[in-house]
Design a protein around this ligand. Structure first.
Ligand code: IMP
Length: 187
């Protein structure tokens, strides 16, 4: 297996595929700080519950809440829609339920990436019947040209092209989540 340097690569060769840098660690961290500041202002005096979508969102959620100046709680859903493939199966499986009571709470769903929007729609439909006080969505990345479902993303880190990306929580067959920058599959 190729040796992976977690910091920086000009190009990453994985089997027959080549990934090139899209967003560096500095650029990501600067944007996450801005999102944290915005959320701190929007939720001043409130105690939001951040609900991360595993596995991909774990790094973004960790960095985001370190920049949120509010009393907050954290919980996780675990979903699977891609398996080890690069194309969504079109079906979402719930692999881990929430443990907290969201009734009457201000909820912020935290995703690594919104592609078709199916996962977000699935989660919103799970949470809505539990009557949260409010529900918003934060996603580090959005592929606007891939959106197929009517979902509103309230906090967007970056809009990116509809190409496969890895790093900073995002995987290629479960690997490369520990890369600090984000890389995109080149043509
Ligand atoms: P959606 O349900 O089609 O919006 O897809 C969202 C989920 O698919 C994300 O939470 C990721 O797990 C996965 N995903 C979508 N695009 C990518 C990608 O480019 N790289 C890695 N995972 C992705």
């Amino acid at each position: 297996m190729a040796e992976i340097n977690i910091a920086v690569h000009d190009r990453l060769v994985i089997g027959t595929e080549v990934f090139v840098p899209l967003l560096t660690e500095d650029v990501i961290q600067k944007r996450v700080k801005e999102l944290g500041k915005q959320i701190s202002e929007d939720y001043a005096g409130k105690a939001p519950v951040f609900i991360g979508v595993l596995n991909g969102a774990f790094l973004f959620l960790a960095d985001l809440i370190k920049n949120v100046n509010a009393d907050c709680e954290v919980d996780f859903f675990k979903l699977s829609s891609y398996g080890d493939e690069k194309i969504s199966s079109g079906k979402v499986k719930l692999l881990k339920e929430l443990n907290c009571d969201v009734n009457g709470r201000d909820i912020i769903i935290v995703e690594d990436i919104v592609d078709s929007g199916l996962s977000i729609k699935f989660i919103e439909e799970l949470i809505s019947p539990q009557n949260p006080a409010s529900m918003r969505v934060a996603s580090l990345l959005v592929k606007p040209n891939s959106l197929r479902y009517n979902v509103k993303i309230d906090y967007i880190g970056f809009e990116i092209p509809s190409k496969y990306v890895i790093g900073y929580g995002l995987d290629n067959a479960q690997k490369y989540r520990n890369l600090r920058s984000i890389y995109v599959l080149s043509e």
